[in-house]
Design a protein around this ligand. Structure first.
Ligand code: ADE
Ligand code: ZN
Length: 337
């Protein structure tokens, strides 16, 4: 019998749902706070870790935005991104499509250039350093206004050839996709890919809005679309990818127990689900940990693990020719196990 954990480790994978600011490990938080002289309400690592206990998305977001305050310089963003890429290399992740939240930084006084220059310098070095390619996705914070999102899109103009897509994140309930219809239309005319968190805590109607009004290319999370059979059929028929994040869902009480996670059901339904870590420093694990714990909890088979790894490339924004190279490598690994 195939050792599932050995298979998970051996397979090349892509990660399609990762907030760089959510990869800020407690140790880094303390380090950056000290080197930048930023006050944080924690004295020890244990105090930081004790605070990482959430009842819902908003609980987490309050801590997440507070944590960002220690990121002050291009070097901080570079080091944060490089540490994440090192974890990816350890997990055999070969391609990443990562989010960042510029408004989380510009709203506290940093220029737009600080986060993006630091992030891009680490991402650009990743091919040579780790053999990892990337796409960068700029998210709009949905608890802010559409005008604020337009301002962010304008600030991104000098970087337009380095940003591959826009996304929508932060507090979902009460901030439906319809609020951002115009700014997504503007991003589309610039040739950007479009993604949105939808159906994480929000109802199936938000997923419909993300499809019909934002015209997204990929759904982030999507758990609650499973409540609507017509929506399941639509997402399946359109071949849309879901960027699913099981350990995040558990930490944020989207599910009560990992055994209840719908990953296997999504695959059974023929949905193109992928495995991702979301905010790994806060939710207890990077990509392979999500694979291992979910596989053990819901009983994923070796074939399903291979399907998830393949979905991570076919659901990516890589060209078909680039995807084919990774898919062939997966077949090669499978043939040797
Ligand atoms: N920002 C960072 N992580 C997020 C999540 N899981 N949902 C919404 N916004 C986020
Ligand atoms: Zn997310």
């Amino acid at each position: 019998m195939t050792d599932i954990n050995a298979l998970i480790a051996a397979l090349p994978k892509a990660e399609l749902h990762l907030h760089l600011e959510g990869s800020l490990e407690p140790e880094q938080l303390m380090l950056f706070a000290e080197r930048n002289n930023v006050d944080i309400p924690f004295k020890t690592l244990d105090e930081v870790k004790a605070a990482y206990n959430f009842n819902n998305l908003q609980d987490f977001l309050d801590i997440y935005y507070q944590g960002m305050s220690v990121l002050q310089t291009e070097a901080d963003f570079h080091d944060l991104t490089d540490a994440y890429l090192q974890r990816c290399a350890d997990d055999n992740v070969r391609h990443v499509e990562v989010f960042f939240d510029p408004q989380g930084h510009t709203d506290r006084g940093l220029p737009f250039s600080t986060p993006i220059n630091g992030i891009l310098s680490a991402l650009d070095a990743a091919k040579d350093k780790y053999g990892i390619t990337y796409k960068l996705i700029m998210c709009f914070l949905r608890h802010l206004s559409e005008d604020a999102a337009f301002e962010t899109l304008a600030q991104a103009e000098p970087y337009m050839d380095r940003i591959h897509g826009v996304g929508l994140d932060s507090s979902e309930v009460g901030h439906p996709p319809s609020k951002f219809q115009n700014v997504f239309a503007a991003a589309r005319t610039k040739g950007l890919k479009l993604v949105a968190h939808a159906g994480e805590e929000g109802p199936p109607e938000y997923v419909y809005e993300a499809l019909d009004l934002l015209k997204i290319d990929r759904i982030d999370h999507g758990n609650r679309l499973l409540e609507d059979p017509a929506l399941i059929a639509r997402v399946k028929d359109a071949g849309l990818t879901l960027t699913v994040c099981p350990l995040s869902n558990l930490s944020l009480c989207v599910i009560d127990d990992l055994k209840d996670h719908p990953m296997k059901r999504m695959l059974d339904l023929g949905l193109r689900a992928t495995m991702n870590s979301d905010d790994p420093a806060y939710f207890g694990g990077y990509v392979n940990q999500n694979y291992r714990e979910t596989a053990a909890a819901v009983g994923l088979t070796a074939d399903e693990i291979v399907t998830l790894a393949k979905n991570s490339f076919t659901g990516s924004f890589l060209s078909e020719a680039e995807q084919a190279v990774h898919l062939a490598e997966i077949d090669r690994v499978v043939s040797q196990t």
